[in-house]
Each structure stands twice: as structure tokens, then as C-alpha cells.
Design a protein around this ligand. Structure first.
Ligand code: TGC
Ligand code: FAD
Length: 388
């Protein structure tokens, strides 16, 4: 029989619909042709490749699961997962851009906004003409967003926002921020144009991770927005947490792509690297490491695909998303670090992909709920005891 595909040992492809395979192939081609040739340099130079945004938009990758009525592609959840997987095979920073735009900015407008807000923002956001960022985390502690200090106060027909957000993806490239703020009626979401008076975004420098992505602090000094910019259809922490469930779902798929990129690289490298008179790949120790990687990638693929099928059936639970986000981020960071080691000295530069993915995954395992947060969500489900 023909040899199996090392990146898809269980032929997950055969479990996809024709449409899902088409989505995967078109995003895969975009990543091979347009992302891989430049992304190592973008990471070195700490540069977000903003020039790719129009192409990402024209492929229908922004807000991909939202209805066509709003200029979106109306894809299913599995297709959205495959988009994340292929983009992150390129770089976690690019997948972050798409996750934030789609799941954290377009989704809340779609799920919690008025018809006017949807018609005004979603088509332009799908086209990449309006870029969004999502402000939930604050400087004093992201794991416990219920304790937020940023607040919005009603003043006539307006809301006045004061406070600060930290570690915000896209902050300095965004035209609007979805800002979660404490109000007299609990936490509420606001669409804040980034050219509002009193709004400042300050880029975070010296990052060793997600260098091809923009990360910022946001500051609100009496920022005034009209009532028309409030998202009226949700109150309380379940507003932002509902967005996180969408984004975390995509993030279960993304790291599979990063791990595949790393495994592919060492499969090639170890065939050609001759040490002690034979290819590195002929050593038992090296084969066991690579077999272990393929095993963990396969399990992650099956986990995300089943999660996607549950999502498309409308039965996916946040605890299931937590388990997969934890498992798949841990899988990928372990693989990327191990691949870096197998490359030896060559593994320490961005000429090879492993160290870039390993460093990026330090963010991915932390954001959207740290590994510990997701473990405790699963623990709470098992025991009925809240350990937070
Ligand atoms: P709790 O007070 O029990 O619940 C509040 C309300 O929310 C509901 N809920 C959810 N709804 C939807 N999805 C979820 N995942 C939900 N989890 C809870 C819940 O039913 C309740 O509703 P109601 O109607 O009763 O009011 O809150 P909790 O105890 O579940 O939350 C605790 C904890 C620690 C799990 C939560 O605070 C948490 O997830 N913390 C981590 C925060 C986090 O992940 N921040 C991410 C910021 S965004 C980001 O990182 C973007 S990076 C993206 C990129 O660049 O790609
Ligand atoms: P903390 O909450 O201070 O946690 C510190 C440590 O304590 C962690 O190890 C954590 O696991 C542990 N811990 C917390 N609670 C417990 C407990 N009960 N028991 C045991 N250990 C515990 N946020 C946004 O809102 N929007 C964005 O776009 C965004 N983009 C990001 C991009 C990047 C590159 C990064 C790094 C972060 C981004 N974040 C964003 C923020 C991210 O969500 C937070 O960093 C994350 O939620 C953790 O919050 P924190 O950094 O304040 O860590």
C-alpha cells in the first residue's frame, strides 16, 4: 500500500466534505505562496504583514461563518477550524489576526448587536476595510475578567468610558475596539472607534512571541460614545465569554497547523542530516520522538474535528472547548520545542520554523484562557466544585 501522509495518518481529509476540503486547499495554497516566503522575516523584524489583509478578506476568511447577508461566506464551523489550522501552519500571528477579527469582533456585533450595527460594520469588516480589536484583559489580571475596573457611565444620550486594557491583539491597527466595561447594570460591550477623543493605543515592544502580530495597551480617558454604539443584546460576563468560546474553538485547530509545520520540517531535516555515518532519521531515539509527535497530532485532529461536528450540530459545550484548547496547545508547544532540539544549532534561527512556532505558542497557550484556567474548567465539570 501507498505510504500514509505523515501529517494526516488517520486520513482525516476523508472525513471532510468537498466544500471543507476546498476551503482547506485554498487557504493552504495562500499560506504556501504568500505567507511562508515572508513570515520568518516578518517575525525577525517584528512586523505584522498587513499587506496580506485584502487577500485574506478576498478568500472569505474574515467572519467566515456569518451569513452572506452581511457580506460573509456562511461557512460551517469545521471550515472555520480548517482556516485557523492552515493560517497557523504559516504563523500563529496571522491566525490571531483572523481569530480576533472573526470571533472576537464580528461575532459579538452579529450575536449581540442591532440590525443597524450589523449592516454598518459586518460587510466592511468581512472586506478587511474595518479592522477590529477586542478589549477584555486588564493590566491587573486577565484570568479573572469579572474583576474588571474599566467602566462606562451613562451621560445623557452618551456613554463615557474610563480605564485601561492590556495585551490587545490588533490594538494599533484597529479602526474599532470592542470594549467590555463595567456599568450600573453589569458588564456591557461597546463599539469604540479608535479615533475617538481620549482613546490611546500603545504598542507592546520587546515581545519574544507573536512578533508578526500587533499587541497593544488601550487607554480610555473619558472616551465618549453614543448609545447607538452599545451592544444591546447581552449583559454580564457571559457576553465576552460567549465570544471567547468561538475564538477558543478556532484555537483548538490552529496549533495543529503549527505542529504539522514543525514535524514536516524535522522529517525532511533528519533524512538529510548525516551523523555517525547515517541519517539522523535512522536512530531509534529520533524515530520515537517523531512517532510521538504524529501520535499527538492525530489525537488533536480527531478532537478538533469532533468538536467542530458538535459545534455544527449546535451542541458544543464550553467545557469541551476548554479540554481541546488545553490539549492542542500543550501538544503543539511540546512538539515545537522538541523539533527545535532535533534541529540542533540550526534550530535557533528563523531560517527554520520550529523556534518561531515554539515562541509563538508561548502566547497561544496563555491567551484565551491559560492552560491552568482550562484545566480548572474541566475540573469543575468533573467535580461540581469551583476551584477558581
Ligand atoms: P461565571 O461567573 O460562572 O459565568 C458567567 C456567565 O458566563 C457564562 N459562561 C459562558 N458563556 C459562554 N461561553 C463560556 N465559555 C462561558 N463560561 C461561562 C456562565 O454560564 C454565566 O452565565 P449567567 O447567565 O449565569 O450569567 O464565570 P466562570 O466562573 O465560568 O468564569 C471563570 C473563568 C476563569 C473560566 C473565566 O473568567 C475565564 O475564562 N477566564 C479567562 C479569561 C480569558 O480567557 N481571557 C481571554 C481574553 S481575549 C484573548 O486572550 C484574545 S487572544 C486572541 C488572539 O490573539 O488570537
Ligand atoms: P494572570 O491572569 O495574571 O495569570 C498569571 C498566572 O496565574 C497564569 O499562569 C495563570 O494560569 C495563573 N492562575 C490564574 N488563576 C489561577 C488559579 N485560580 N489557580 C492557579 N493558577 C492561576 N486579551 C484580550 O482581551 N484581547 C486580546 O486581543 C488579547 N490578545 C493577547 C495577545 C497576546 C500576545 C497575549 C500574550 C495576550 C493577549 N490577551 C488578550 C491577554 C490574555 O488573554 C491574558 O494574557 C490571559 O488571559 C492571562 O491573563 P494575565 O496575562 O493577566 O495572567
Amino acid at each position: 500500500p501507498a505510504r500514509l501522509n505523515p501529517l494526516d495518518l488517520y486520513d482525516i481529509r476523508s472525513m471532510l466534505s468537498d466544500e471543507e476540503r476546498m476551503v482547506q486547499d485554498s487557504v493552504g495554497r495562500f499560506v504556501d505562496e504568500r505567507v511562508l516566503p515572508i513570515i520568518g522575516d516578518c517575525f525577525d523584524q517584528a512586523r505584522f504583514p498587513k499587506e496580506l489583509v485584502p487577500e485574506i478578506a478576498s478568500l472569505g476568511l474574515l467572519g467566515a461563518t456569518l451569513p452572506e447577508k452581511y457580506g460573509c461566506a456562511g461557512m460551517n464551523g469545521v471550515s472555520y477550524g480548517l482556516i485557523c489550522q492552515e493560517l497557523e501552519r504559516g504563523d500563529s500571528g496571522l491566525r490571531s489576526f483572523a481569530s480576533v477579527q472573526s470571533s472576537l469582533c464580528m461575532y459579538p456585533i452579529y450575536a449581540y448587536g442591532t440590525e443597524e450595527q450589523k449592516m454598518h460594520y459586518l460587510p466592511k469588516m468581512a472586506a478587511g476595510e474595518i479592522i477590529g480589536c477586542f478589549g477584555l484583559t486588564e493590566p491587573h489580571g486577565g484570568s479573572d475578567p469579572a474583576n474588571m475596573k474599566t467602566h462606562a457611565k451613562k451621560d445623557g444620550g452618551d456613554w463615557v468610558i474610563n480605564g485601561a486594557k492590556m495585551w490587545i491583539t490588533n490594538g494599533n491597527v484597529a479602526h474599532i475596539a470592542i470594549v467590555w466595561a463595567q456599568t450600573e447594570d453589569g458588564i456591557q460591550g461597546f463599539i469604540v472607534p479608535t479615533d475617538s477623543k481620549g482613546f490611546t493605543a500603545q504598542e507592546v515592544h520587546k515581545k519574544m512571541s507573536l512578533r508578526a502580530s500587533v499587541t497593544s495597551g488601550l487607554f480610555f480617558d473619558n472616551v465618549r460614545v453614543p448609545e447607538a454604539n452599545r451592544l444591546p443584546n447581552v449583559k454580564g460576563l457571559k457576553g465576552p465569554l460567549g465570544c471567547l468560546t468561538q475564538a477558543r474553538y478556532g484555537i483548538t485547530w490552529g496549533p495543529i497547523g503549527a505542529a504539522q509545520a514543525c514535524l514536516q520540517e524535522v522529517l525532511n531535516y533528519t533524512q538529510e542530516r548525516i551523523l555517525f555515518g547515517r541519517p539522523l532519521a535512522s536512530n531509534q531515539a529520533v524515530q520515537i520522538k517523531m512517532a510521538e509527535m504524529a501520535r499527538r497530532i492525530t489525537m488533536a485532529q480527531l478532537l478538533s474535528l469532533q468538536l467542530g461536528r458538535l459545534k455544527d450540530a449546535g451542541t458544543m459545550q464550553p467545557t469541551q472547548v476548554s479540554l481541546a484548547k488545553w490539549n492542542n496547545c500543550r501538544m503543539a508547544i511540546d512538539i515545537a520545542r522538541e523539533c527545535r532540539d532535533i534541529l540542533g544549532g540550526a534550530g535557533i534561527t528563523t531560517e527554520h520554523v520550529a523556534i518561531r512556532h515554539a515562541l509563538n505558542l508561548e502566547s497561544v497557550i496563555t491567551y484565551e484562557g491559560t492552560e491552568t484556567v482550562h484545566q480548572l474548567v474541566v475540573g469543575r465539570e468533573l467535580t461540581g466544585i469551583n476551584a477558581f
